[in-house]
Design a protein around this ligand. Structure first.
Ligand code: ADP
Ligand code: ADP
Length: 234
């Protein structure tokens, strides 16, 4: 059974002049697979991501992750979007640790593993070039640095499913390509299922096992290509 299954989903945004963002949209993603979704602006890529992430309910159709109907954000999912959306009143480290409060809702459990997670957060920040910035506040960092911190936040709890909506869009080309390699490393060791939305075809081909092309009116997957490139292995 596919790990992520989107079956004949429709999404209509509110009001009388409602936009039909998705209609008859279906998609299956195997466990451990890395798929990239490309397509023109406004074709419904972000909407699809929100439905799978449980941030919005679909108007009709079904979305399942790990065989269960999605009815809200799931702890096993890590998300990063085009905007870093860090909480301004928390330090970078405090922001990175945020998902743990959902995954480990009992304070005593979280305290017991605090050292483990603090160590992991440190390694993640180090990986994205933010060593030493854990005690800073978001406004003290550049946009690109905040974006990189939001990637650490998506990874802190070893998610089984990674939902990435143009996470590298705001970064310069050098940082971007470095993060591709690091994301590849994360995928090799953690083997998460990944759905990545991107405007960058090179990025899609470099990272994904399968590239899906979406078209607008209504948003639907109209084409796909399996990418058979030699991949680094451990
Ligand atoms: P993409 O990510 O491919 O650029 P989106 O999923 O953001 O596309 O948008 C798909 C369609 O839904 C667009 O026509 C957009 O205007 C509309 N849309 C997206 N978000 C909302 C919203 N919150 N309210 C109303 N319409 C929306
Ligand atoms: P980015 O490409 O991440 O947006 P910038 O071009 O703004 O970064 O900055 C380049 C580098 O300068 C950063 O990677 C970081 O090392 C340093 N830097 C930028 N802004 C700050 C800041 N507010 N505090 C500390 N270091 C910073």
């Amino acid at each position: 059974q596919p790990f992520v299954e989107i079956d004949d989903v429709a999404m209509r945004y509110g009001g009388a002049d409602a936009t039909l963002a998705l209609s008859g949209t279906s998609l299956q993603v195997e466990r451990g697979e890395f798929v990239a979704v490309v397509g023109p602006s406004g074709c419904g890529k972000s909407t699809l991501m929100k439905l799978v992430s449980g941030l919005w309910p679909s108007s009709s159709g079904s979305v399942t992750v790990g065989g269960r109907e999605v009815d809200g954000p799931l702890p096993m999912v890590g998300m990063a979007f085009q905007n870093p959306t860090l909480l301004p009143w928390r330090t970078i480290l405090g922001n990175v640790m945020l998902p743990l409060e959902v995954v480990e809702p009992h304070r005593r459990q979280l305290r017991a593993k605090r050292a483990y997670y603090a160590d992991k957060a440190g390694r993640l920040l180090d990986m994205v070039g933010l060593a030493g910035f854990g005690t800073h506040y978001p406004h003290q960092l550049s946009g690109g640095m905040q974006q990189r911190a939001s990637l650490c936040r998506a990874l802190i709890h070893d998610p089984q499913l990674l939902m990435l909506d143009e996470p590298f869009g705001a970064l310069d080309i050098f940082t971007r390509e470095e993060l591709w390699a690091q994301l590849q490393d994360v995928c090799l060791s953690l083997k998460p299922t990944v759905i990545l939305v991107t405007h960058d075809l090179r990025e899609a081909v470099f990272l994904a096992d399968r590239v899906l092309v979406m078209s607008s009116r209504p948003g639907r997957i109209i084409n796909e290509r399996r990418i058979d490139l030699p991949r680094p292995r451990r």
